[in-house]
Design a protein around this ligand. Structure first.
Ligand code: R5P
Length: 281
């Protein structure tokens, strides 16, 4: 078994190979003069682990080219971050279910697929192959443990992320809660923990994705007004578009942490050992 990856998942793929005790396949992506993506011949093994997050369209095309190049092998697809997964239903008439459209691309030459904290697990039904969605919640918790915060409060930005916050908090037996939004007037909204107080506490807001950072920046502002000592942010997928990292820093977030499902300078947590364990079972 060998591991191969798209350009933007090289580091994670190499860590997965290390955790599996296997090698990686040399791969070279380039572009044709008209801008189309091109992949130099790869030498696949009989069994391959193909790793590729799809935070952008080029990564998606690279992944499809890789899968096609490995057509004769038994291929295990690892999709650490699946782009388009947030359009998981028709929010308005006439819209596509983008997650379904993308998932259906992975039905050929793939034996099974592993995703990591996919935004909506229900979309797994659209893959044409057996799937497994794993969580790095405990790895996020272990990173928070290493920060040595005194009695941190783990907060989900909404009740939908409460189970993830619980998973993170279980590592240290910390308190956890979710942020509840109350509309005070046409223009005023109050965001505060549903049950607990953040006053004088170190708070870590945890979410599956940080995209623009807007959700967490707004919440952090409110938490500081309510007396929080420090606010940190941790997520699985650091999409971080449009200057989100700077926006969060300016909003007073002490540290922004994400995993390497999308490789970033702030990828302090690796999904590699969880992915390798899932591949072994
Ligand atoms: C949405 O449901 C997700 O779980 C995240 O809360 C969302 O993607 C965060 O977006 P942003 O960083 O743009 O506020």
């Amino acid at each position: 078994m060998k591991v191969v990856s798209t350009e933007k998942s090289q580091v994670l793929a190499s860590r997965i190979a290390g955790a599996l005790g296997t090698g990686i396949v040399d791969v070279k992506f380039s572009q044709f003069p008209d801008g189309e993506l091109c992949l130099a011949a790869v030498a696949p093994d009989d069994e391959m682990v193909i790793v590729g997050s799809t935070p952008d369209n080029d990564s998606l095309v690279q992944l499809l080219l890789l899968i096609d190049a490995c057509e004769g092998s038994k291929n295990h697809l690892v999709l650490p971050y699946m782009g388009y997964a947030r359009q998981d239903k028709k929010f308005r008439d006439g819209e596509p279910i983008s997650a379904r459209a993308i998932a259906r691309l992975f039905t050929h030459h793939v034996a099974d697929c592993i995703t990591v904290n996919i935004h909506e697990p229900d979309v797994l039904k659209y893959f044409g192959v057996p799937t497994k969605n794993i969580s790095v919640g405990k790895d996020v918790g272990r990173y928070i443990e290493s920060m040595d915060l005194s009695d941190p409060l783990i907060l989900a930005p909404d009740d939908g992320a409460l189970a993830f916050a619980g998973d993170v908090a279980s590592v240290g037996g910390w308190d956890y809660d979710y942020l509840d939004k109350t509309r005070l007037s046409g223009s005023e909204v109050k965001i505060a923990p549903k049950k607990l107080s953040s006053a004088s506490r170190s708070v870590v807001i945890v979410d599956d994705i940080i995209s623009t950072g807007g959700t967490i920046a707004t919440a952090a502002g409110m938490l500081y007004l309510q007396g929080a000592k420090d606010v940190y942010a941790a997520c699985v997928h650091g999409v971080l578009i449009g200057g989100a990292y700077s926006h969060l820093k300016v909003s007073g977030i002490r540290e922004i942490i994400c995993s390497d499902t999308i490789e970033r300078g702030c990828s302090r947590i690796s999904a590699a050992s969880c992915i390798a364990a899932a591949l072994k079972h």
